[in-house]
Design a protein around this ligand. Structure first.
Ligand code: PMP
Ligand code: GLU
Length: 408
C-alpha cells in the first residue's frame, strides 16, 4: 500500500490560513538583530517599537502585592470588574469618552484586542479601510479573518494623513471597518480634532462601518492635544477605542491591552476571547489598576525623554543627503522617505533594488536594524524606532549616515 505519510512534507501539513500569512516584520527584524548580536556583531536595534525604560515602581509594587495576596486564579474573561471600572474612569478623565465597565474588555496586549475585533467583525470579503502607512499587524489580522484590506494612500508630503475625500472615495457596500492609529505607528503623525471632525463628516453617513481608533501612543504626543474620534456625537455609538499599557507605561512584556466598544461588540469579543485565552494575566491586571490611576508622573517623564530624543534624531536625519524627513508629532518613530537610494550601488558593487534590500544592507553593513516601509504599506520609506538612549541614538545615526552616503 502507498505510504501517504512518506509523501507528506511538513509544509503541507499546515493550514492554508497560516501559509498565506506573513510573519510580523517588526518581530522578524528584532530576531535578525539578536542573531547578529549572538555572533558578536555590535548591532544597534532600532527595529522594535518598545520603550527602553523600566516599568514605574508603583506599578511593579502593585504586582508584587498581587502575588502575595494570591491573585492566582482565572479572572473574569473581560478582566476584573475593578480594573474595568478604572479603565472606564480613565476614558472619562483623559479622553472624555463614556464607556461603562460592561463595554470594556481587557486582553493579552492591544494586539489581541485588535485580533478579537477582526474575528468578530469580518466575514469573507468584507472590507477594512486603512490609511497607509498602517501598523504591521493590522493587515495580517484582517486577512486572517477573511477580510480585504482597502488602502488609502498618503505620503510624507501630506504628513502621512488621509483626508475625508480620500476616505469617501473608497467606501463601498462591503466596507465594515475604518481603522487607524493616532499617534500613528509607523509615521508618528497625529490627527487633530479638526481633521477627525472632517473624517466624521463622511463616516456619519455610513452606519455599517465600525470605527476602530488605536490610541496606544496617546501618552507620547508632543502636541499635548490628544483627540479621540469617539468624542464625536455623530459616530460615538460605533467607535471602538483601543489602548494598552505597553507604550505609555513601558510594560510591553506584561501584556495588557484594552478597548471600550459598543456593548454588542464587547460581548462578542468576550465570547471569542473566552475560547482563545480566557483572559489576560491576573497579576498584570492588578498592576494595571495602579498604572491607570492618577499618578502619571513617570509617564510624563518618559514623554519628555522621548521629546529630547526626537529632536536629536530629527537633526541627525536631516544631515543625511538624500533622505526626506518630516517632524512626527507623536509615538517614537521616524519614517523617512529613502526612495532616492533605490537603484544605487553598494561599495561592493551590488545594486539596491528595493526598500527591503536597503534595510538589509543597513543591517549587514551599517549594523543598525530598521524596518522596511513595505511592512507598513509604503515601499518608499523605512521606520526608525528612537526608543533608545541619546548616546546609542547618536552612534546609530552616525552609522546610518555613513552607510547611506557610501551608496553611489
Ligand atoms: N497598536 C499599535 C499601533 C502598536 O504599535 C502596537 C505595538 N505594540 C500595538 C497595537 C500592540 O501593542 P501590545 O500588544 O503590546 O499592547
Ligand atoms: N508594536 C511594536 C512595533 O511596531 C512591537 C512589535 C510588534 O508587536 O509587532 O514595533
Amino acid at each position: 500500500m502507498e505510504n501517504i505519510l512518506e509523501k507528506t512534507t511538513t509544509e503541507n501539513l499546515l493550514s492554508n490560513r497560516v501559509k498565506a500569512m506573513e510573519a510580523s516584520a517588526t518581530l522578524a527584524m528584532a530576531a535578525k538583530s539578536r542573531e547578529l548580536k549572538a555572533k558578536g556583531i555590535d548591532v544597534i536595534a532600532l527595529s522594535l517599537g518598545e520603550p527602553d525604560f523600566d516599568t514605574p515602581e508603583h506599578i511593579k509594587q502593585a504586582a508584587k502585592e498581587a502575588i502575595d495576596a494570591n491573585y492566582s486564579h482565572y479572572t473574569p474573561v473581560p478582566g476584573y470588574l475593578d480594573l474595568r471600572e478604572a479603565i472606564s474612569n480613565k476614558f472619562k478623565r483623559d479622553n472624555n469618552l463614556d464607556y461603562s465597565p460592561e463595554q470594556i474588555v481587557t486582553s493579552t496586549g492591544a494586539k489581541q484586542t485588535l485580533a478579537n475585533l477582526m474575528m468578530c467583525l469580518l466575514n469573507e470579503g468584507d472590507e477594512a479601510i486603512m490609511p497607509v502607512p498602517y501598523w504591521v499587524s493590522y493587515a495580517a489580522q484582517i486577512k486572517l479573518a477573511g477580510g480585504k484590506v482597502i488602502e488609502i494612500s498618503t505620503n510624507i508630503d501630506t504628513d502621512f494623513k488621509c483626508t475625508a475625500e480620500q476616505l469617501e472615495a473608497v467606501i463601498t457596500d462591503r466596507s465594515k471597518i475604518f481603522l487607524f492609529s493616532s499617534p500613528c505607528n509607523p509615521s508618528g503623525s497625529v490627527y487633530t480634532k479638526e481633521e477627525l471632525e472632517a473624517l466624521v463628516g463622511v463616516l456619519k453617513k455610513y452606519p455599517k462601518i465600525t470605527i476602530i481608533s488605536d490610541e496606544i501612543y496617546e501618552h507620547i504626543n508632543f502636541t499635548d492635544k490628544h483627540a479621540s474620534i469617539g468624542c464625536f456625537e455623530a459616530v460615538k455609538d460605533r467607535v471602538v477605542t483601543v489602548n494598552g499599557l505597553s507604550k505609555g507605561f513601558a510594560m510591553t512584556g506584561w501584556r495588557l491591552g484594552y478597548m471600550g466598544a459598543p456593548l454588542w461588540l464587547a460581548k462578542a469579543c468576550g465570547k471569542i476571547q473566552g475560547q482563545f485565552t480566557s483572559a489576560t494575566c491576573s497579576i498584570t491586571q492588578r498592576a494595571a489598576i495602579a498604572a491607570l490611576g492618577d499618578y502619571l508622573e513617570p509617564t510624563y517623564k518618559m514623554k519628555d525623554e522621548f521629546a529630547k530624543r526626537k529632536k536629536l534624531v530629527h537633526g541627525k536625519l536631516n544631515e543625511i543627503e538624500g533622505l526626506k524627513v518630516n517632524d512626527p508629532q507623536g509615538a517614537f518613530y521616524f519614517f523617512p522617505d529613502a526612495s532616492s537610494f533605490i537603484g544605487k550601488s553598494t561599495p561592493a558593487g551590488e545594486v539596491i533594488n528595493d526598500m527591503d534590500e536597503l534595510c538589509m544592507h543597513i543591517l549587514n553593513e551599517g549594523h543598525v536594524a530598521v524596518v522596511t516601509g513595505s511592512a507598513f504599506g509604503i515601499k518608499e520609506c523605512f521606520r526608525i524606532s528612537y526608543a533608545m538612549s541619546e548616546e546609542v541614538l547618536t552612534e546609530a545615526m552616525r552609522r546610518l549616515k555613513a552607510c547611506l552616503e557610501a551608496l553611489s
